[in-house]
Design a protein around this ligand. Structure first.
Ligand SMILES: C[S@@+](CC[C@H](N)C(=O)[O-])C[C@H]1O[C@@H](n2cnc3c(N)ncnc32)[C@H](O)[C@@H]1O
Length: 258
């Protein structure tokens, strides 16, 4: 019997390079089928043909099936551990810090890090790179605009210092933007930049198969400089930290052997 879902993922990979077979099937298949139902295409092969003939349709599809939920200071206790334990340690190593928000969505995590590093490093240099597979969301991250709901956990003092009220929400000030760069990147396909002092990869690999998740964690471990840190999401863990030379040091935080 033919499996139209497998044929669809194979065709999409040929078309875009995006490999949906590395995402948990149940969840992804439900999202795709319900998306297709709302479109004029009746079947997955028909929908794949439509995607092949329209870049706009393709971008819209990828934007809808990736889950972009985020907010600034999401899981504040995790940022507090970074602020009180990890950043002081990184600060001691001197030099300009290189931080990667992997699967950054519309940038809430990267802008949070920028606020925090600007506060804690007191003028020290740092660069934050945010990357995501979704083109539209990367463009949104570059704008640096956040809704009231995105900002609900931001301390008032930080909000006033780094954001201007704008268009019913908040616009990040140039002071933050100068430290941030966003790029399109597929964690399942692209080669990772190396030499990171700290990588945050939170709430991204939860949608991947176990094998893909472990591969991403191992790839990130390799991309860290010795002594660098990886923080995963508040419901996640690295299956085999030792395989990547990592050691768990704080809740959800791993350190690469120096
Ligand atoms: C739920 S958001 C997480 C945002 C942020 N890290 C946080 O925890 O608030 C998940 C993000 O992962 C991105 N993503 C999914 N698959 C990806 C892949 N293969 N490569 C890079 N990013 C991916 C999605 O586009 C989405 O923006």
């Amino acid at each position: 019997m033919t499996d139209d879902y497998i044929e669809f993922t194979t065709g999409l990979k040929r078309l875009t390079g995006v490999d949906l077979s590395s995402y948990k099937r149940g969840q992804m298949e439900r999202r795709i089928r319900s998306y297709v139902q709302r479109k004029s295409a009746r079947t997955l092969p028909e929908f794949l043909r439509e995607l092949g003939s329209s870049q706009e349709e393709l971008d819209g599809f990828l934007d809808r099936i990736t889950i972009n939920v985020s907010e600034l200071y999401r899981n504040p206790e995790q940022y507090e551990t970074l602020r009180t334990k990890v950043i002081p340690e990184l600060k001691r190593s001197g030099g300009s810090l290189k931080v990667w928000s992997a699967g950054c969505s519309y940038g809430a995590e990267a802008y949070t890090l920028a606020c925090m590093l600007n506060e804690e490093l007191a003028g020290g240099r740092f660069e934050i790179v945010g990357s995501d597979i979704d083109k539209r969301i990367v463009a949104r991250a570059q704008r640096g605009w956040f809704s009231e709901a995105d900002m609900r956990s931001v301390p008032a003092k930080i909000r006033e210092k780094y954001f201007d009220p704008f268009d019913g929400g908040y616009q990040a000030k140039a002071l933050l933007k100068g430290h941030l760069r966003f790029k399109l990147e597929d964690l399942l396909r692209d080669r990772y930049q190396t030499g990171w002092d700290m990588v945050l990869c939170r709430n991204v690999v939860i949608y991947f198969t176990d094998e893909a998740r472990d591969q991403v964690h191992e790839g990130i471990a390799r991309s860290l400089r010795p002594g660098g840190y990886l923080m995963v999401g508040a419901t996640e863990r690295v299956t085999d930290p030792k395989a990547g030379g990592l050691e768990p040091v704080y809740p959800f935080i791993y350190r690469k052997a120096a």
